[in-house]
Write a protein that binds this ligand. Structure first.
Ligand SMILES: NC(=O)c1ccc[n+]([C@@H]2O[C@H](COP(=O)([O-])OP(=O)(O)OC[C@H]3O[C@@H](n4cnc5c(N)ncnc54)[C@H](OP(=O)(O)O)[C@@H]3O)[C@@H](O)[C@H]2O)c1
Length: 161
C-alpha cells in the first residue's frame, strides 16, 4: 500500500479559499509547495484546477471531475487517482480544494500544513479533524506562516476504498 500525501495552507480558523481563489499571496509558502510537489503527482479538484488555469510544470497533474477537461488527465473518482499513484514510483499529493481534502484526509499518512498567520475571511474550509491523532514530525517557522509536517500510520480504510 502506497503512502499518500496531502498539502494545504490554511488559517487557524481553517480558511483555505475565498471566491475561488486563495486569499493570501505568500511567495515563500508557494516555494515550499513547489519544492515538495515537483517531480511528483498532484491531484486536485476541478475548481482548484480552474483557479490555477493550467497544469503546473514538472509535475504530473490529475484533476478530479465528473466531466472531461482538455489537456489534462481527468479521473472521476479519488480511487482512480490512487490507482494511478500505485502504478507510479512518484509521491502522490492531494492539493485541494475542500472537496478533495474532505475525500482524502482519512486516507493520507502525511500532511504538510502551512498555518497562515492573519485573519483572512473565506468561504472554503479545510475539514475539521483531530490533530491529536497526528504526530508533528517537523515544524518550521516563517514570518507569515508555520509549516508542519504531520504523520500517522497509513490508514487501513484506504484498502477499503
Ligand atoms: N489554501 C490551500 O491550500 C488551497 C488549495 C487548493 C485549493 N484552495 C481553494 O479551494 C477552493 C476550491 O475548493 P472547492 O472545494 O470549492 O473545489 P475543488 O475541491 O477544487 O473542486 C471541486 C470539484 O471537484 C470535482 N469533484 C469533487 N468531488 C468529486 C467526486 N467525488 N467525484 C467526481 N468529481 C468530484 C467536481 O468537479 P465537477 O464539478 O467538474 O464534476 C467538483 O465541482 C478555491 O478557493 C481554491 O483557491 C486552497
Amino acid at each position: 500500500m502506497k503512502e499518500l500525501y496531502l498539502i494545504a495552507a490554511m488559517t487557524e480558523k481553517r480558511v483555505i479559499g475565498a471566491d475561488g481563489k486563495i486569499p493570501w499571496h505568500i511567495p515563500q509558502e508557494l516555494g515550499l509547495f513547489k519544492k515538495l510537489t515537483t517531480g511528483n503527482i498532484i491531484v486536485m479538484g476541478r475548481k482548484t484546477y480552474e483557479s490555477i488555469g493550467r497544469p503546473l510544470p514538472d509535475r504530473e497533474t490529475i484533476v478530479i471531475s465528473s466531466g472531461n477537461i482538455e489537456g489534462v488527465t481527468t479521473y472521476r473518482t479519488i480511487l482512480d487517482a490512487v490507482r494511478a499513484g500505485e502504478r507510479s514510483d512518484k509521491k502522490l499529493f492531494f492539493i485541494g480544494g475542500a472537496d478533495i481534502y474532505n475525500l482524502t484526509v482519512n486516507i493520507v499518512s502525511h500532511m504538510y500544513i502551512s498555518w497562515v498567520k492573519g485573519k483572512y475571511e473565506g468561504d472554503t474550509y479545510f475539514p475539521e479533524i483531530d490533530f491529536l491523532q497526528w504526530r508533528e514530525a517537523e515544524k518550521t517557522y516563517f514570518d507569515n506562516f508555520t509549516m508542519v509536517h504531520y504523520t500517522r500510520p497509513q490508514s487501513s480504510s484506504y484498502s477499503l476504498m
